[in-house]
Design a protein around this ligand. Structure first.
Ligand SMILES: *Cc1c(COP(=O)(O)O)cnc(C)c1O
Length: 452
């Protein structure tokens, strides 16, 4: 078996197809191989230390190397490595997680359906929403409205709900009866307008779309409280109250995709708490287990759970690994860390505002057109000129240059077009935030020499 860097890279190129990657190009360059991690730092195979400004893929909320999670997995594996929740069975670990998750969720939620990932959660949403309206005697109420540039995962239904054009271009998507309206991306699509007027105007597209399709056809609206993979798009304050009003007025189910915003990222347990919205379903994954093992779920409001229970009949849907006991035990241990160490309040009251202040200090940089963020997510827009604002002709090239330079400066950030984003572990300290901001500034200085 390969162990040395060059052997591993050769074996990777020969045998491993990477997700969301130009695999031909990667085979020529060689992949970056991460071998260890502790706290907020990664170590690669060459011994280079990187501050993980992305918490893996937005998921390692409690940071790397937590012994409690290792112990929980070991204990559960020893006792019962697997059993399922089909056919009138389940395991104690699964029940305990269901109890804990719903106790943390807003009051309308008392049930959870477990999945193995965020994508599977959103597939479950499609099945649940349509099944709910059908049991309600409205089988034609089956269209789900989503948003362009939303990210809801990569399975057939997840990618269809998502509004990523390059994903739809492969594999014949979207599946039927999913339609998209615009996103509330002020910097990218509304700069000439007052931000709050823009937020209202974009929210009202939902109302127009419902009227166009017919109230009796529209089942649900799904959205991330704050778009993550689309580029940390923070909606104007006017947006969510108007969306909530419209969903209430037309009796459209509101689905919050909380896969990133759940479990503390915005300084509340859920993004829905931060934005004061009352969803009927919430998709979860990522921070649920801090990424230590794969697990997700859909948290289901009483209105829907009780209707399905009283309608009777099977819900013909589920996964072999729904409620997997080892994943559930690790998720429970993870949520207890978040709860008992007060990490969510710490994001809201301490490190969140501290990160935002540091990140916003980058807004004076000649390459930066805007900084934004909430809690422990942030974004900045790279621009060719600040006044008047001019974006780079090749958005992707500018972003990639900054992302790669960040690695040279010991920092992992991500590029979405020319938007640079961060989402560090919730356990990050103030001095580590100082380091993150300083490394980001030095990265921008180096990038300015290439780009301006
Ligand atoms: C990551 C993500 C998903 C998909 O989760 P997977 O675990 O990768 O399937 C869905 N929705 C949102 C908002 C996400 O960020």
């Amino acid at each position: 078996m390969a162990t040395a860097l060059s052997d591993l890279q050769r074996a990777d190129a020969a045998h491993h197809l990477h997700p969301f990657t130009d695999n031909g190009d990667l085979a020529k360059r060689g992949t970056r191989i991460i071998t260890h991690a502790e706290g907020v730092y990664l170590t690669d195979i060459e011994g280079r230390r990187l501050l993980d400004g992305m918490a893996g893929l937005w998921c390692v909320n409690v940071g790397y190397g937590r012994q409690e999670l290792i112990d929980a997995a070991t204990r559960q594996m020893t006792e019962l490595p697997y059993y399922n929740s089909f056919f009138q069975c389940t395991t104690p670990a699964t029940i305990q997680l269901a109890e804990l998750v719903t106790s943390l969720a807003p009051e309308q939620f008392n049930h959870v359906f477990f999945t193995g990932s965020g994508s599977e959660s959103n597939d479950t949403v499609v099945r649940l929403v349509r099944h709910y309206w059908a049991t309600n005697g409205e089988p034609d109420k089956n269209i789900i409205i989503s948003r362009l540039n939303a990210y809801h995962g990569s399975t057939m239904a997840g990618a269809s709900l998502g509004g990523m054009k390059p994903m739809h271009a492969q594999g014949g998507l979207p599946i039927p009866n999913i339609v998209h309206i615009d996103q509330p991306y002020w910097f990218g699509e509304g700069r000439d307008e007052d931000p709050e007027a823009f937020g209202l105007r974009i929210a009202r597209q939902l109302e127009e779309k419902i009227k166009e399709l017919g109230v009796n056809r529209v089942a649900a609206f799904i959205a991330e409280p704050l778009q993550g993979a689309g580029g940390v798009i923070v909606p104007p304050a006017s947006y969510w109250p108007e969306i909530q009003r419209i969903c209430d007025e037309y009796d459209i189910l509101l689905v919050a995709d909380e896969v990133i915003t759940g479990f503390g990222r915005l300084g509340e347990w859920f993004g829905s708490d931060h934005y004061n919205i009352r969803p009927d379903l919430m998709s979860i994954a990522k921070g649920l287990s801090s990424g230590y093992l794969p697990i997700g779920g859909v948290i289901v409001a009483d209105r829907i759970a009780n209707a399905l229970k009283s309608a009777g009949g099977d819900f013909n849907h589920g996964y072999t690994y729904s409620g997997h006991p080892v994943c559930a035990a690790v998720a429970t241990a993870n949520l207890k860390i978040l709860r008992d160490e007060g990490l969510v309040d710490r994001v809201r009251d301490d490190v969140g505002p501290y990160l935002q202040a540091g990140w916003n200090s980058l807004s004076d940089h000649p390459l930066v057109g805007e900084t934004r963020g909430v809690g422990l997510v942030g974004a900045l827009e790279l621009v060719a000129s600040r006044d008047p604002v001019e974006q780079f002709e090749d958005l992707g090239a500018a972003g990639t240059i900054v992302r790669d330079l960040a690695i040279d400066h010991g920092l992992v950030m991500r590029a979405v077009g020319s938007t640079i984003i961060i989402s560090p572990p919730l356990v990050i300290s103030r001095s580590e935030i100082d380091e993150l901001v300083e490394k980001a500034r030095r990265t921008l200085d180096a990038a300015a020499k290439k780009l301006l």
